[in-house]
Ligand binder design. Structure first.
Ligand SMILES: Cc1cc2nc3c(=O)[nH]c(=O)nc-3n(C[C@H](O)[C@H](O)[C@H](O)COP(=O)(O)OP(=O)(O)OC[C@H]3O[C@@H](n4cnc5c(N)ncnc54)[C@H](O)[C@@H]3O)c2cc1C
Length: 417
């Protein structure tokens, strides 16, 4: 990291309007802002629309303890612990459902892969066991599947609940949230960041965090920076209420079908990862493009659920109460992007959600704010630094991002990752 780009030892930076300006009030920006405020920094968040109005407000709300590498595992488990204890450290209540989850494989290749995940995750401290899937309300296996029981896994019923809790906690700790105000420029002097121009004002600050979700590239480009993300569409549905769903039942993830399921609003939530997902660069869209302009396609979810018709009849054809979708920010290696941008002291990034940015926001925001504030004993997330990719063509970035999306549940299953 370039000298002088963190806030070591500083409280309120002299001559500045804020110590930290965060661009984007999604889960990642809100968590980073809250944690920087908890570390005593003055923080302003600039949000073009309203907090949680884009990807974060549309998430399935799932937290997953089994991850592909040790750092992501630590971040995921830390996030689960911080969600469960949110009121203790943030001072605001947050309802969390803790039913655990089953990871299920039905093909021999995926059964083998689950064996690898089991061994790895246990070595990284995850509480995960091989176990037959018991009789459940909405999932009826035939006993031939291989399953891992993941008792640590949780979900938040409505994603807006976490957004609201972040906003309330952040404001309680002095964060200024400016909604309906877009960042239009990142100002520089002598090559380092000096603040942000918005549609209404100039804000001087030594640290700016780009947490603009699917727009993270466009925001970094305001300062001449480059962030290697490829936005990719993701969708889910919630069925009408059904007597066939026990709201207390666990989460199910069927890895060979790339489908997740959980009770939701007394119906069933069904989401999944198509093999050839739609990449959408907001930079190629009209300037007012928002998530609600993204074209959704229910047929994608129906096709993903079809191979599960025997096990989960509801997923295949139950009437749909809600169908929603948004953009993941995929990276070439499937890992988050969190850290300082190279050669632009003062500009930091919180992005590259790869479909886990809602849940891991608790751990990422904490670790990134600690890094910005040079806190001792912080979790080292430098392997997630934005500079790690070097030069990449857009075509390669999109191809790699789509591959990571398609292999959300089985990265490395064919030796590519
Ligand atoms: C259907 C769906 C289901 C999902 N399920 C899960 C799940 O179960 N678990 C999980 O962990 N993750 C899930 N995700 C992924 C998760 O939603 C994202 O990883 C996460 O919300 C990303 O948060 P963010 O803060 O990066 O982005 P966002 O929530 O999109 O926030 C970015 C914000 O930046 C603002 N912004 C952009 N440009 C500017 C500008 N110039 N000035 C000011 N503000 C600006 C935007 O308005 C937006 O509010 C899901 C996503 C989708 C779409």
């Amino acid at each position: 990291m370039a000298a002088g780009s963190s806030l070591a030892g500083l409280r309120h930076t002299e001559g500045m309007d804020a110590d930290v300006v965060v661009i984007g009030a999604g889960a990642l920006g809100l968590s980073t802002a809250l944690h920087a405020a908890l570390a005593g920094r003055s923080v302003t968040i600039i949000e073009r629309d309203t907090a949680g109005s884009q990807a974060s407000g549309r998430a399935a709300g799932l937290f997953k303890s089994v991850q592909a590498d040790e750092l992501r595992t630590r971040l995921a488990r830390r996030s689960i612990a911080r969600a469960r204890s949110f009121e203790d450290w943030a001072g605001v209540p947050l309802a969390v459902a803790s039913p655990g989850s089953y990871l299920i494989a039905r093909t021999s290749a995926h059964k083998q892969f689950l064996g690898i995940e089991h061994r790895q995750s246990r070595s990284w401290g995850v509480d995960v066991h091989e176990a037959p899937v018991p009789a459940l309300s909405y999932y009826h296996g035939d006993g031939s599947e291989r399953a891992l029981w993941c008792p640590e896994d949780i979900y938040i019923e409505e994603p807006a609940d976490l957004v609201r809790a972040y906003v309330a906690a952040a404001e309680r700790h002095g964060v200024r949230l400016l909604e309906h105000e877009a960042a239009t420029d990142i100002t520089l002097s002598g090559g380092r960041v000096t603040g942000v121009e918005t549609t209404s004002r100039t804000i001087a600050a030594p640290v700016v965090v780009d947490a603009a979700g699917a727009w993270v590239r466009q925001v970094a480009e305001l300062a001449g920076g480059r962030v290697a993300v490829a936005p990719v569409r993701h969708q889910l549905l919630i069925t009408e209420q059904s007597a066939d769903v026990d709201p207390a039942d666990p989460i199910i993830r069927v890895v060979d079908a790339a489908v997740y399921l959980r009770p939701a609003r007394r119906g069933l939530m069904v989401g999944g990862f198509e093999a050839a997902p739609l990449a959408v660069d907001p930079g190629d869209e009209h300037a007012s493009f928002r998530t609600e302009d993204l074209e959704l396609d229910l047929a994608v979810l129906r096709k993903l659920a079809a191979p599960l018709a025997a096990e989960v009849p509801l997923a295949a054809d139950a009437p749909v109460a809600e169908h929603r979708g948004g953009l993941f920010t995929m990276t070439p290696d499937g890992r988050f992007i969190a850290g300082p941008l190279p050669d632009l002291p003062g500009l930091w990034v919180a992005s590259g959600c790869n479909g886990s940015g809602f849940s891991s926001s608790l751990g990422i925001g904490e670790a990134l704010a600690a890094w910005i504030c040079s806190a001792p004993d912080r979790l080292d997330i430098s392997p997630l630094s934005p500079g790690r990719f070097g030069a990449l063509t857009d075509d390669a970035l999109i191809a790699d991002g789509r591959w990571q999306y398609a292999h959300y549940y089985d990265p490395g299953a064919d030796g590519q990752s």
